[in-house]
Design a protein around this ligand. Sequence first.
Ligand SMILES: NC(=O)C1=CN([C@@H]2O[C@H](COP(=O)(O)OP(=O)(O)OC[C@H]3O[C@@H](n4cnc5c(N)ncnc54)[C@H](OP(=O)(O)O)[C@@H]3O)[C@@H](O)[C@H]2O)[C@@H](O)CC1
Ligand SMILES: Nc1ncnc2c1ncn2[C@@H]1O[C@H](COP(=O)(O)OP(=O)(O)O)[C@@H](O)[C@H]1O
Ligand SMILES: [K+]
Length: 534
Amino acid sequence: MRHTQIQQFVVSASQMAAIESRVFAAGMPVAALMEKVAGLITRRVCELYPDVRTTFGILVGPGHNGGDALVVARELHFRGYGVKLFAPFASLKELTAHHARYAASLGIPQVALANLADCTVLIDGLFGFGLTRPLSGDIAAAVDRINTWQKPVLSIDLPSGLHTNTGAVLGTAVRATRTFCLGLWKQAFLQDQGQDWIGQAELIDFDLPLADIVEVLGTPPDLCRITPQQAIAALPIPRSVTTHKYREGHLLLVCGSRQYAGAALLAAQAARASGVGMLSVAVPESLRLMVVAQVPDALVWGCGETDDGAIAQLPEDLNLADYAAIACGCGLTREPVSLVKQLLEAATPLLLDADGLNILATLDPVPTLRNRPAPTVLTPHPGEFRRLFPDLGAASGREEQSDSQNDPCGNRIDAARRAAQQSGAIVLLKGAKVAIGTTQHPAVWLNPDSTPALARGGSGDVLTGLLGGLLAQAARRHLPLEPVVAAATWWHAATGRLAAAAHSELGADASTQIRYLPRVLQSNDFNDSSDFGF
Ligand SMILES: NC(=O)C1=CN([C@@H]2O[C@H](COP(=O)(O)OP(=O)(O)OC[C@H]3O[C@@H](n4cnc5c(N)ncnc54)[C@H](OP(=O)(O)O)[C@@H]3O)[C@@H](O)[C@H]2O)[C@@H](O)CC1
Ligand SMILES: Nc1ncnc2c1ncn2[C@@H]1O[C@H](COP(=O)(O)OP(=O)(O)O)[C@@H](O)[C@H]1O
Ligand SMILES: [K+]
């Protein structure tokens, strides 16, 4: 129970400090907490490296991150491991200085950086959430040098140099292979730009009282890290035994063009896998028979086409009020502007993706969305996000085409939140760590566990179909849509992980993802997203 609750929280540096202050004010001695935390870290290090011939090079910073590192060093020393310290700061916080003195008295050597080069593993205790300014000078040079060594690095709390909230690299940062996040997930762990430095992330729960956490974060908290349990709870299962197809929602998918026929198929097949009661698909007339053949369960509308094979208009006898939800955009091309306008005016929950978003971007999006008579869900990747919300775009993540960006204001959590606040829409900002901005509480949902196997054309169409189908089911029941958007995000990511486990990261193409959608729900163990057996 505690394990599940703790996994949902995400904190900023100041919130973490506020929670710790409450614990200290209540009587917990700082030194005792440091012993406890470092003891838990030591246990994990010993589990990871049971061979006592392993040698550890330990980087010691001036604050309590360095204090943690010194306690870990001492404990590893007592367990018989070889330990060397690199402690380049002349002035240490008081508790850290005590531990440094004791470590010296035990004969644990303090060495120059070059002498760590022969250690098997490095432990990074330079800076944690107390980092206040960019790394510079000798310490930045040391970090840069360590990063060239290609050794396993275990970072304590955060890779030193990473901004606790944004995950941005401040000057330079340690490239960790694994990071032990202490107590509560820091925001950096849910930001794309920190991921290449964090490596494998692991939470070390050291029993911060829930009452203190809730007091600082509020109920419900502003941010929520999506857990499998929450996601499953938001899915329309188990079904009522007496239900019938019209009670399980009717989705209208508006998608496809002669140029992008596959996108329509992927979205329709994923919508089918969502369990939606009825699925209608509106495509250009020339795609109609192909969709019928591939998705025989759908009612397929053939629409009038433009010269280029995009949808010119919806059939006259198609009544938008007949549907619980509409999803539009996959493979649409940017031609059908009046179609998207028509859908935006409908009093039906609307999901816009891909070219639906690109068209919306030309229609003065913020006031248009604000005037919508029904809820809207947007699923932009960072490029589409920037087109929709240019004033927030810099904060949405790295450039699509660039592989070396570290945008110092790449705060996706903030970008998704502000986009939702401005527009009133639910904004699902795609990426490695999907951030979903809402106007409700929580203001932002964050999806922690995914796979780069999803980074390929067609993945987004799968998400749109799946989410559209789930939105139709929720809207039919008059349920809030925000938890459903979070659940679809989790389901899609879990599908990618399951498909990648079976077929490799390269083999989890969009069609394979669709085949794996139902298998995610067949797994019996949702206690932890890492408990899927992969
Ligand atoms: N309290 C506890 O018992 C628990 C604490 N825990 C542990 O404590 C960590 C937080 O400790 P912390 O607050 O001491 O901050 P920390 O991250 O060590 O660094 C601050 C020091 O770095 C300095 N400094 C900053 N930037 C710098 C720069 N660019 N270049 C050079 N120096 C720079 C800064 O100096 P100043 O800015 O004051 O000049 C200050 O001296 C947390 O991450 C976790 O590991 C947990 O185990 C839970 C229990
Ligand atoms: N590195 C990554 N790790 C995890 N998920 C990713 C990664 N890159 C992309 N994704 C996910 O894959 C999907 C890609 O969607 P999108 O960019 O719209 O692709 P397309 O339109 O080509 O299908 C989104 O759900 C996104 O969150
Ligand atoms: K660190």
